[in-house]
Write a protein that binds this ligand. Structure first.
Ligand code: MHO
Length: 248
């Protein structure tokens, strides 16, 4: 009897889960992340959103921890310079690209996080960072997103007329990924967490959901409940003796 395609995928997935649960005991929290092509979330159609809200180190951490966000990366957009670099980014803005599962989180909710995570009224900078590269932008892909963005901006402006909301809303053009050292920057500063996930190479850090979450955790920018959940998970791993120091 021929197995339908869906059935085959399910069977492979069950086998992978079984081995993952065995392997999990030995390698801590890393294994599920090693088989991204078999994770159920990545089989669903994902959407992409891009935002600029100041230093992209922080922006990536803000979005990485949200339930439903599958992957994050940082880069440059909104400018005219081709192939911008961190030290020479021309008129581009520092951005975060968020890949999310629309069944778990919606563009509207991402907008809420965008507004609550920076000061959209600050001119020519964000927080301590000065310059046009830190300007506030919502990038859109479709009319529906542009409409939602415009409504949310109006709502934000209506909160106070004492200053103007500087946020631009624009159609996304080219997104240039930033250099590797800027990806998951907050996580990379935390050697303990890096070790805990098995010192993933850069390419893997870029695509890993786990790394996106821990990047937010490292910066203490996850929603409190998630921050606590990860704390507890890490305590558990440490208590159970993983990673195990076998010799010295
Ligand atoms: N305040 C930051 C800005 C970095 S950013 C990725 C710094 O330490 O330089 O532009």
């Amino acid at each position: 009897m021929e197995l339908p395609r869906g059935g085959l995928v399910f069977l492979l997935w069950s086998i992978a889960l079984f081995f993952a649960s065995l392997a999990n005991r030995a390698v801590g929290i890393r294994f599920p992340d090693r088989i991204p092509e078999l994770t159920p979330t990545s089989q669903r159609p994902l959407r992409t959103a891009v935002f600029a809200l100041g230093s992209f180190w922080r922006s990536e951490a803000v979005f990485g921890c949200l339930p439903g966000v599958i992957r994050t990366s940082v880069g440059y957009a909104a400018g005219s310079k081709t192939n911008p670099e961190y030290r020479n980014l021309g008129d581009h803005a520092e951005c975060v690209r968020v890949e999310y599962d629309p069944k778990l989180i919606q563009f509207k909710q991402l907008l809420d996080v965008f507004w609550s995570s920076h000061d959209s009224r600050q001119v020519f900078g964000q927080g301590p960072d000065v310059g046009d590269q830190y300007r506030s932008i919502i990038f859109t892909n479709q009319t529906q997103e542009a409409r939602l963005a415009a409504v949310s901006k109006e709502r934000e402006q209506a909160k106070s007329r004492s200053s103007l909301v500087t946020t631009e809303i624009q159609q996304l053009g080219v997104f240039y990924p930033a250099e590797a050292e800027h990806q998951k920057f907050e996580l990379k500063r935390n050697r303990f967490l890096l070790q805990l996930i098995g010192n993933m190479p850069d390419e893997e850090l870029m695509t890993s959901s786990l790394a996106a979450k821990l990047n937010g955790y490292a910066a203490e920018l996850c929603p409190t409940i998630i921050q606590r959940k990860i704390d507890a998970k890490i305590d558990e791993i440490v208590k159970n003796g993983w990673p195990v120091l076998r010799e010295i």
